[in-house]
Each structure stands twice: as structure tokens, then as C-alpha cells.
Design a protein around this ligand. Structure first.
Ligand code: ADP
Ligand code: ASP
Ligand code: MG
Length: 385
């Protein structure tokens, strides 16, 4: 039987009613003759609420305990969905990330999957069951519970699809695919029917949260198609991400909560060692004899205030916080740098950093101007439909 891997995000399982509707979709796929594996996120805003709870106790909470805490969110939804499916008379079983054989490195809150051993999943599929997996979590080779970074359930789905030999994975959320910009924020955002892995990865790395960057990486490595669809909308539209997609229109991505860090006279080795031990992933790190410069997406760092204190206090860093990055992504990006700068200059803004690469051209600006800059780049480089 063909294996179908479906992933449902937080908004798709936000309450019991929605969870029941997801159960109906899963049951329909099973009754259509598929072996069905379902990856679920935590219900609604559960992960945010758990993080807020942790911050009430400690503004810079220990990452190991954060993983113990936030990984509970997905356990709730996986168990409820399994119950809802069984009510339809279809056999189902739920598994945590570690039970599913998802082995990661030991970076808490930002772990990478290093191996998937899906034997229990395969055994239960062979028994005819629908298997529900808690997204976003795994177990390190030291047998500690880890999580895969915000939005990481997509990565669980793609890593599992690869391990099970599935041809594609279906990622269900509250949008009917990937647009040329966040359709909730940018007027005139266009639906993109298909994208290459490279384009989608460049968008995800620039900060488009519609798909997790590591999920796209896993899909590319295993040549698995991603079908991004809406759970409940009936437009019938989707975006397919695959290796040989035709030319896309280009897209603009905004990333908020960015910090720029300058460390005059830093020893690059010692600084990198500190960032590694604090599980902070620097972006655009440049080291020259006089200083080390880099950026940090602070939204992904749960103990940012503590890390910032250590950077300023111990390492003598200068930190500019509350910035944003606006990035054009497309096949002609390398030739679009001047147009990006012209659009920003028209708003009277001098960017704090400009970066032009093969697939992306972007600027860093003050966070309170980010939405305007994203809209202006979209108007100028992507244009109306
Ligand atoms: P889920 O919780 O189901 O994983 P996410 O919230 O992670 O869903 O991702 C879907 C959201 O991504 C949409 O609600 C949309 O606002 C946002 N988004 C950002 N950029 C884009 C884009 N380029 N195309 C589509 N959606 C986008
Ligand atoms: N629940 C996790 C988060 O909110 C993982 C996910 O939704 O993919 O980031
Ligand atoms: Mg998501």
C-alpha cells in the first residue's frame, strides 16, 4: 500500500472540533487504501503559552527543561487525534518523537535530526494501524528529549517520509500553499503553484515560516515532493515543492526580531565557542582582525536576554536589537540588488546591511519599518497579479 505522510499544524488542531475534522480527513485517506502516518503540532498557541509559563519562572530558562516542557504540547494533540480516529472504528496509535526513532544531536531547543529508525512505525503500519507522531521532538543520542526549533513539525514529517520511503509529504496549515509574500501581511501576494527546493529553502532561511528550512533540506536530499495545502479551505489550490519546478514569480520575505552584534577585538575562536555552547546560530558571521560581526534571529533564542547579557558583559559586544530583514528571493536575485536598494531609498531608509546572493537580495532595517519595506519590495519586484 502507498505510504502517505500528512502533517497538521497548530491551527489545524486548535480545538476539539478541528481535531475531529482532521480525524475525518485521516480516516478518509486510510479508507482510500493508503498506509497513513500523521505528524501533529501542538494545539493552537500551546507552545507559545508553555514558553510564556517558563519565562514567568526564569527569564533565561535552562534549555533542557524547556525541551521537557514544550515537547508536552505535541503529546496532547497526538493522543487526542488518535482517540478521535479510533472513534471512527479505525485502529490508530500515537508515538512520541523518541518512540518514533527520531534521533537528534544534543542541541536543546534547536536540535538537528541525525537519524530516523522507524521500526515501530513500520510494525504498526503492517498491523493496519494509522500512526500518529508528535512533531517537533526527538531524542538525542544521550537519550535526552530534544526539540527541533520553532516550526519543526514540518521537519519531523519530511524526515519520517524519507525514512519510510514515501514519495511525497502533505503539509496542511491555514494557507493553501506558499505565496509570493505572507498573504496575511502583504497586499497583492500571489499564490505560487510550484517552487524548486532551492527557492523554498532560500525563502525559509530568510524567515518565511510557512515551511521549516530543515524540512525543505530533508525533502531535497531524499527527492520527496512537498505538497503544501490548506486543511479546511476548499480552494483546491496547493504549492508543490520539487526539484524540477518551472520558473516562479519571485517572493519577498520579512524576518522580525533580528539583532546585529559587533564584538571589537574579539577572539573569533572563543566567541564561536561561546555561541556554540549557548546554542545560538549566528547568521552572516564575519571575522576580521579588528572585530567579529554577526546577526542573530532572536525569536529563535528562548533565553536571548541571558545570551545578550553575556555577550555585552563578558565579551564586550555592542548589540543592536529590534531590527528586521527584508529579502527578495528569486532566480534573478543577483541582478536585482540595485532595485532592492532603490525601493528602500524611496522610503527614505538607509539599510543597516545589504546582502546579494544567487537566489536572494536583502536588507536589514529598523524593525518598525520592516512591514513597509517588505510591501515596497513586493510592489516593485514581484508586482500585482
Ligand atoms: P502551521 O502552524 O500549520 O505549521 P504556520 O503558522 O507555521 O502554520 O505557517 C502558516 C503561516 O505562514 C500562514 O498563516 C502565513 O501567515 C505564514 N506565511 C509567511 N510567509 C508565507 C508565504 N510566503 N506564503 C504563505 N504563508 C506564509
Ligand atoms: N509546536 C511547535 C511550534 O509552535 C512546532 C510546530 O508548530 O511545528 O513551534
Ligand atoms: Mg509551521
Amino acid at each position: 500500500m502507498p505510504i502517505v505522510v500528512q502533517k497538521y499544524g497548530g491551527s489545524s488542531v486548535a480545538d476539539v472540533d478541528k481535531l475531529q475534522r482532521v480525524a475525518e480527513k485521516v480516516v478518509a485517506s486510510k479508507r482510500a487504501g493508503n498506509d497513513v502516518v500523521v505528524v501533529v503540532s501542538a494545539m493552537g498557541k500551546t507552545t507559545d503559552q508553555l514558553l510564556a509559563l517558563a519565562h514567568q519562572v526564569d527569564s533565561s530558562p535552562p534549555r533542557r527543561e524547556l525541551d521537557m516542557l514544550v515537547s508536552t504540547g505535541e503529546r496532547v494533540s497526538m493522543a487526542l487525534l488518535s482517540m478521535a480516529i479510533q472513534k471512527h472504528g479505525v485502529d490508530a496509535i500515537s508515538f512520541t518523537g523518541s518512540q518514533s526513532g527520531i534521533i537528534t544531536n544534543d542541541r536543546h531547543f534547536d536540535a538537528r535530526i541525525i537519524e530516523v529508525r522507524p521500526h515501530r512505525i513500520e510494525d504498526e503500519l503492517a498491523r493496519g494501524k494509522v500512526v500518529i507522531i508528535a512533531g517537533f521532538q526527538g531524542m538525542s543520542y544521550k537519550r535526552e528529549i530534544t526539540t527541533l526549533g520553532r516550526g519543526g513539525s514540518d521537519t519531523t514529517a519530511l524526515a519520517m517520509a524519507a525514512a519510510l520511503g514515501a514519495e511525497h509529504a502533505e503539509i496542511y496549515s491555514d494557507v493553501d500553499g506558499v505565496y509570493s509574500a505572507d498573504p496575511r501581511k502583504v497586499e497583492g501576494a500571489r499564490h505560487l503553484p510550484e517552487l524548486t527546493y532551492d527557492e523554498m529553502q532560500a525563502m525559509a532561511e530568510a524567515g518565511a515560516k510557512v515551511l521549516h528550512a530543515q524540512a525543505v533540506e530533508a525533502a531535497r536530499e531524499a527527492r520527496i515532493r512537498i505538497h503544501a495545502r490548506s486543511t479546511f479551505a476548499t480552494t483546491g489550490r496547493e504549492t508543490v515543492v520539487r526539484g524540477d519546478a518551472g520558473a516562479a514569480a519571485g517572493a519577498v520575505v520579512g524576518l522580525d526580531r533580528l539583532a546585529q552584534v559587533r564584538v571589537p577585538g574579539a577572539d573569533p575562536g572563543a566567541l564561536l565557542g561561546f555561541l556554540q555552547s549557548a546554542s545560538v546560530r549566528p547568521i552572516q558571521l564575519v571575522a576580521d582582525p579588528s572585530e567579529v560581526r554577526f546577526e542573530v534571529a532572536t525569536g529563535a533564542v528562548p533565553d536571548w536576554s541571558g545570551v545578550r547579557d553575556a555577550l555585552e558583559g563578558t565579551h564586550g559586544a555592542e548589540v543592536a536589537d529590534g531590527l528586521g530583514a527584508a529579502t527578495y528571493v528569486g532566480r534573478e536575485a543577483a541582478a536585482k540588488g540595485a532595485e532592492v536598494l532603490a525601493a528602500v531609498a524611496e522610503l527614505g531608509i538607509r539599510p543597516r546591511r545589504v546582502k546579494v546572493e544567487a537566489l536572494s537580495a536583502g536588507v536589514v532595517v529598523d524593525g518598525d519599518r520592516l512591514d513597509e519595506v517588505v510591501q515596497a519590495l513586493h510592489d516593485r519586484l514581484v508586482g500585482p497579479v
